[in-house]
Write a protein that binds this ligand. Structure first.
Ligand code: FE2
Length: 496
């Protein structure tokens, strides 16, 4: 194995007793490049591209209570070509991260605390927290875009070298939320943002050359907390869900997410380049949804799959202080009971119908992205360790036959969201691999695993041992090498 140490960032955080600063969530501070790593099995020669995962990896001793969604953004990448793999990890040099490095301490508090704890004006819908760009990651126009769940700048990096290109210049004043969506068939990226100020939400489209070509308000009745959006070939889907900051408390400056079970879930469907007058609103059963899976059009209907929470307001976990119990329940899929669910919206009649597709507790799903916006047959979800924000395994759903198959990562082994990696010249929708980083807390090491998507029960066909143990992380993406190279060549062509 060849490892090149690049940097160790200044850090003041201690592990302490916090459940999300220990074990699989223990933060790390080194940045390295590695190649010729130990491999169990064989690195497939029939994949070409890069797997990138974002990570909430805190660096500074927190001002107030720590929540894992506050952690500093770190990207871990594994690139593949001709049966060889290279690993890299880098912190994302956000404005806040750099300022805290210079100060040698935290300057901003986290989202569960009061504004008074922050020493400078901040970012996010709460306006006083740090934009750590630690939530989501996509590759668009040949570059990485990392994003923050409460809206932020959006940071660009090179997908292969993780060279930092800084904050994206087209991002509107209102910021960009996590979960922008890339439509591989057009190269466009669709995004939204939300805030405490009217009209409370915007939606936009960036073209394949990274130009903002559409930006419109999609007004909400007040401040809301949408986390994800969806799209079909012709439409975009935004939401107004009944889980948001209590208005009276918000007027006093307190940000207390509250569930309103008597209010419906509302869905805004608009043409990709539509404006607020084109929005058709639908109402469905009350719930909260963190993540959507796919959406597509069928006749007069828009079909949307995602994870419906049966219990969006779980009771704090027992036998621990109330704040800790609330934090633990809010991160536990088995507490909020997220289940794969299908909504159908009839654009002609305005009617919405819905049902669970599975009674199993699941979240953080992926599917073959060349089917995004079109009808997909296979969905891949993660299941978690009860009580914990830790992914214990994967479940594959075949929506045509109703069959499922699954893979357990093993005792004290926790994975990440596992994107689909198409085989070069793939012959079918599931002809490829699922890829994930796994942290093994028993062996005290991390791995990158590739799993045959047509036979996930067989376990990894290839395990690459990482040069260091990495913190548990969530959202991840796969980007095909030829698409990255084509986009980067096009950009160079435009520039010359
Ligand atoms: Fe998310």
């Amino acid at each position: 194995m060849t490892v090149t140490w690049k940097n160790t960032v200044k850090h003041t955080i201690k592990r302490g007793i916090h459940p999300y600063l220990n074990g699989a969530w223990a933060p790390m501070f080194d940045e390295v490049d590695a190649s010729d790593m130990e491999v169990i099995g064989e690195i497939p020669k029939d994949i070409d591209g890069v797997y990138i995962r974002n990570t909430e990896n805190p660096v500074q001793k927190p001002l107030g209570h720590y929540h894992p969604f506050d952690g500093d953004g770190m990207l871990h990448s594994m690139s593949f070509k001709d049966g060889k793999a290279e690993y890299r990890n880098r912190f994302i040099r956000t404005e806040g991260f750099v300022a805290e490095q210079e100060a040698g301490k935290a300057l901003w508090t986290g989202f569960v605390n009061d504004a008074a704890l922050s020493t400078r004006p901040g970012w996010g819908a709460q306006e006083y927290i740090k934009d750590s760009s630690s939530t989501d990651v996509v590759v668009h126009a040949g570059q990485v875009l990392s994003t923050f769940w409460q809206c932020g700048e959006g940071y660009r990096l090179d997908p292969y070298t993780l060279e930092q290109h800084g904050a994206e210049s087209w991002v509107p004043e209102e910021g960009i939320s996590a979960h922008p969506k890339v439509d591989e068939s057009t190269g466009e990226m669709l995004f939204f943002n939300y805030s405490k100020n009217p009209p409370y939400q915007h939606y936009g489209v960036v073209n394949k050359d990274n130009e903002l070509v559409h930006y419109t308000p999609v007004p909400l009745p007040g401040p809301r907390l949408p986390h994800d959006m969806a799209f079909t070939e012709n439409y975009s889907i935004l939401i107004d869900l009944p889980y948001f900051w209590d208005a009276e408390k918000l007027a006093r400056g307190e940000h207390v997410p509250t569930y309103y079970p008597d209010m419906p879930a509302r869905f805004a469907i608009l043409p990709r380049f539509g404006n607020q007058d084109d929005v058709q609103w639908f109402e469905a059963a009350s719930t909260y949804v963190l993540h959507w899976m796919n959406a597509y059009e069928e006749g007069d209907e828009i079909i949307l799959d995602g994870y419906f929470q049966d219990n969006p307001d779980p009771a704090p976990m027992p036998k621990m202080p109330k704040n800790a119990g609330k934090l633990m329940a809010g991160l536990d899929q088995h507490s909020f009971q997220s289940k794969l669910h299908r909504w159908r919206f009839n654009l002609k009649t305005g009617e919405a119908t819905e049902k669970h597709l599975s009674e199993r507790v699941l979240e953080f799903g992926t599917f073959n992205q060349s089917y995004a916006g079109k009808k997909a047959r296979y969905l891949y979800s993660t299941y978690s360790k009860p009580g914990w924000f830790l992914f214990a395994g994967l479940v594959k759903h075949d929506l045509e036959t109703g069959e499922t198959s699954e893979l357990y990562f093993g005792s004290k082994r926790y994975g990440s969201e596992a994107p689909f990696v198409p085989r070069i010249n793939a012959q079918s929708e599931d002809d490829g691999y699922l890829i994930s980083f796994i942290t093994d807390t028993k062996l005290d090491r991390s791995e990158c695993v590739l799993i045959d998507a047509q036979n996930i029960e067989a376990g990894p066909v290839c395990t690459i041992i990482l040069p260091h143990r990495i913190a548990s992380g969530t959202h991840a993406t796969w980007a095909d090498g030829p698409a990255i190279r084509e986009a980067q060549a096009r950009k160079k062509g435009h520039a010359s």
